[in-house]
Ligand binder design. Structure first.
Ligand code: 5AD
Ligand code: SF4
Length: 437
């Protein structure tokens, strides 16, 4: 049996997509290789969101030349956002790549692989307005048997000025709620205790009468022992009705990822984010009102087009106000084809972007540590996930707020809920002690 080795870069959505790809290929008679050595194909699922994500993939592709020199039969295919963005240009630039396949074309993979085996190069990059892979039961590749991703919608049409996603993942479309609930229920019956509903902008989920809040309620009502998470939300669409559904379902996790991107109204307008700082802070207030114990995380970009020191200071000020539990922080990276690439100058010097980014990172590190210190003495229910990376004697789990808590293993078992008291912390981790049931 010919085997395929899957490598995944980028966001959670890509990891979920690789599980769909794994399912399509095993369904077509391919095996999934656990090492590169036993594989006839290596498929790399790629991210195009920033230039450094693409450079990492190109580096990997070049590194694979050495393996191909030893084993001429090894073929490389590029999947995902980079395949969609660069199309067959990628095969011209990286000659050891045999095919490219965009995120809406994975059903064609068996044909693509057959063409490549017949000695041809192949590209399949058509985007779809309807494809959701709803009927495909993903193989759980990265899974610990406890927690799984469920993709509920695809694509994005918000067209934030800096972002390449609308071009690589196409128009928004939602998967039907029955298959989503069915997938979640089947995971729960197989022992899974946590599902994360994924989409580029989950708040715009809609299928007939079912909006995102209704869908969340349906999934949460499968069983109170099933935790439900979701990512990512756009601030403009974060509705009170979703917060109400969260408040009335204890198993919907108290954690909201709400990318802000900038704390300056001028930048937000230029970024086409469709909200102001005032609107954003009102949404933060609403979260705190409905869900007082909710953690809040964000994404932010330093050094977007024309960003001044004053704009940057406004971002720091917003971070001080919101006091995020975690933030993904990036330097602006110009992406070909976006509104910003066509109409705005990438005029903040790289050294200045780095300085601003480092200031945000330092501030956020301090805030995360202070937030964690407030956790000391509190008790939480954690879903135990496995052994701590540092020591076999300790286990780790997450609380509803998605914070990692490490504790001495005692009689705790992975995949179960246990109560833990927090005794100590770092900026990234809480340290706790197991309590009796
Ligand atoms: N440069 C830097 N960061 C970006 N993001 C999206 N596009 C870019 C870009 N061109 C960030 C945003 C988004 C996250 C997934 O990646 O913060 O929320
Ligand atoms: Fe990109 Fe904006 Fe869509 Fe997020 S909402 S994927 S940042 S265009």
């Amino acid at each position: 049996m010919e085997k395929v080795f899957l490598e995944t870069y980028g966001c959670q959505m890509n990891f979920a997509d690789s599980e769909v790809v794994g399912s399509i290929l095993t369904g077509a008679g391919y095996g999934l290789a656990s090492t590169l050595e036993e594989a006839g194909f290596v498929l790399i699922n790629t991210c195009a969101i920033r230039d450094n994500a693409e450079q990492r993939v190109r580096h990997r592709v070049r590194e694979l030349r050495a393996t191909q020199n030893r084993r001429q039969e090894l073929r490389i295919g590029i999947l995902g956002c980079m395949a969609e963005r660069l199309q067959s240009r990628l095969m011209e630039e990286e000659e050891n790549v045999s095919f490219v396949c965009g995120p809406d074309a994975y059903r064609r993979l068996p044909e693509l692989l057959a063409q490549v085996r017949a000695g041809q190069k192949a590209a399949e990059v058509e985007l779809s307005t309807t494809e959701t892979y709803a009927d495909i039961e993903p193989v759980r590749l990265a899974s610990n048997g406890i927690s799984a991703y469920i993709s509920i919608m695809r694509g994005c049409q918000n067209y934030c000025a800096y972002c390449v996603v609308p071009y690589t993942r196409g128009r928004e479309r939602s998967r039907d709620p029955q298959t989503i609930v069915g997938e979640a229920r089947s995971l729960f019956e197989r022992g899974y205790r946590e599902v994360t509903l994924l989409g580029q902008n989950v708040n715009s989920y809609r299928d007939g009468d079912t909006g995102f809040a209704e869908l969340m309620a349906m999934v949460a009502e499968i069983d109170p022992q099933l935790r439900v998470r979701f990512a990512t939300s756009h601030p403009k669409d974060l509705s009170d009705s979703l917060l109400q559904v969260m408040a009335s379902h204890g198993n919907i996790c108290r954690c909201i990822h709400l990318p802000v991107q900038s704390g300056s109204d001028r930048m937000l307008k230029l970024m086409n984010r469709k909200y102001t700082v005032e609107w954003y802070l009102d949404r933060i207030d609403a979260i705190r009102r409905y869900l007082p114990d909710c953690s809040i995380t964000t994404d932010v970009i330093a050094g977007f087009s024309t960003e001044t020191e004053e704009d940057h200071q406004a971002t720091l000020e917003l971070f001080r106000k919101v006091r995020y539990d975690y933030a993904y922080m990036f330097k602006y990276s110009l992406r070909e084809g976006t509104y910003a690439a066509k109409h705005l100058a990438d005029d903040v010097p790289d050294a200045e972007k780095t300085r601003r980014l480092n200031e945000i990172i330092a501030l956020q590190g301090q805030i995360a540590l202070e937030n964690n210190r407030l956790e000391v003495g509190k008790e939480y229910e954690v879903l135990v996930e496995g052994e701590s990376h540092r020591s076999k004697e300790r286990l780790f789990g997450r609380n509803s707020q998605n914070k990692v808590i490490v504790f001495d293993r005692g009689d705790a078992v992975a995949g179960t809920y246990r109560r833990v008291r927090v005794n100590d912390c770092t900026a990234a981790t809480l340290l706790g002690e197991l309590l009796g049931d």
